[in-house]
Design a protein around this ligand. Sequence first.
Ligand code: 5GP
Length: 286
Amino acid sequence: MAARRARASLKRDINTRVITPQEALRRALSDTDSAAGSLRVTEFLTSIPGVGASKRDRVLEQLAISPVKRLGGLGARQRTALAAYLDGRRAEPAQQPARSRLMVLAGPTAVGKGTVAAQIREQYPEVALSVSTTTRAPRPGEIEGVHYFFVDDAEFDRLIADGELLEWATVHNAHRYGTPRGPVEAALAEGRTVLLEIDIQGAHQIRAAEPSAALVFLLPPSWDELVDRLVGRGTEDEEERRRRLRTAVVELKDQDSFDFRVINDDVARAAKEVVELAQASARGEA
Ligand code: 5GP
């Protein structure tokens, strides 16, 4: 029963791209008793986005793999053939080298970017965390100039018109958020590492404006965990929950254009990994 649940959860992770099929195959081969190891190759294939029953059957025939096989039970030649097929379909996002002190932390809604950024602010004062400008109202406890610069629509329009924002976006169809250009440029000029915690649209704009920037995609430990975080508070109605889940699926598809992927399994650990990646990128070693 528990094993079946673990396999179902793994299939959701593959289907929503929380993990790559290549990663699932590696897990299967390193531990044949694991959820991945005991997953039927047929179910593995159809959990991959874009693979349906007829493609599955063609692939199995081509690779000379019997449909009753489990991933952990594949022979050496079958493993190699399956791995090559997966790479041909969609190469795994490379942990690409970057050479910049500008780093972007983005990821799907509710993955915990804000919490990781807050941890970095507290534990790693050497990293300059950009303070965004927003048109939304402050929440209790939020401090002007620390968490955000809070402005009205007219002022936000002016910032855009005067080119004072490095990027900006309307988030959740509601409020506008943007990165003030001046402080980022000043911190970079001082030789500091600068981290932007922004949404995915903003990350793409930074990529376009500053191609050497290092883009980090924060991932949940599993799809189920993301669902818990998204709908866990139970304050949204069914329609809103579905909208959020659909958004998360779309956002997870975006990760291939990022340089690094960090799993938010533990806030302190994830924050440390982001800072180390930022430092390595700045040295041109990542
Ligand atoms: P919140 O209102 O909960 O503080 O933030 C909502 C979302 O806005 C988060 O996903 C956060 O990453 C994003 N965000 C915050 N600042 C910026 C910004 O300067 N630019 C962009 N593009 N997104 C931002």
